[in-house]
Design a protein around this ligand. Sequence first.
Ligand code: SAM
Length: 223
Amino acid sequence: KALPAWLDVEQYLSDAVVRPNAALTHAVQSALDAGLPPIEVAPNAGKLLKMLVQMSGARRVLEIGTLAGFSAIWMAQGLPDDGRLLTCEYLPEHARIARTNLDMAGIGHKVEIRIGPALETLAALAEDPGQDEPFDFVFIDADKENNSKYLEWAIRLGKPGTVIVLDNVIWEGAILETSMDDVNAPGIVDALEMMGKDPRLDATAIQTVGSKGWDGFAIARVM
Ligand code: SAM
């Protein structure tokens, strides 16, 4: 669905400005070779995640939706050496490929992958006395139906000042025409409404075009 000009511009920006390193290029290729869907963030969005992690001074990052570890590599590259990223993935095969990619990128020591449905992992985290330090940064990029529940967990496991990034908030415009996708679109709309109305959050949302089509992301700060 991406227009050729969007792809050309994205490639130019990636080459001229973003400059993903070899480990990132390898991570994308390994996922394609393994038959995983190409639903990782684009390089310019991955670099934005890395910079947001750096600029917010985050030391503890939570990711929901690992795939092959592409966004996790970017975010871990933005963490200090003693920073930690915990990423949730329910498919063991995705987690296995991600583990290899993270280790090859030289940031594997910063990243823990928890295998299982994210809602179960998050509930277990809340009960784990060893995980008492709040997350500073949360990236939500998994099953869209559960977006609002993930937002709720991000607030609960975060603290005032925690940054939350929610991916795929435009979904080719389906947010205004939910019949286009009655599985994902309602979950995206619920989360956007929550970001706008919940007094615990202050948020904005940006639409984007590129290799991932017409989409966008929302970013919130826990109040
Ligand atoms: N963040 C990744 C990146 O940009 O490189 C892409 C993540 S991909 C869009 C979504 C991932 O979430 C998939 O690997 C999928 O298996 C996983 N997933 C979907 N539903 C899940 C759930 N309920 N719990 C944990 N992982 C889930």
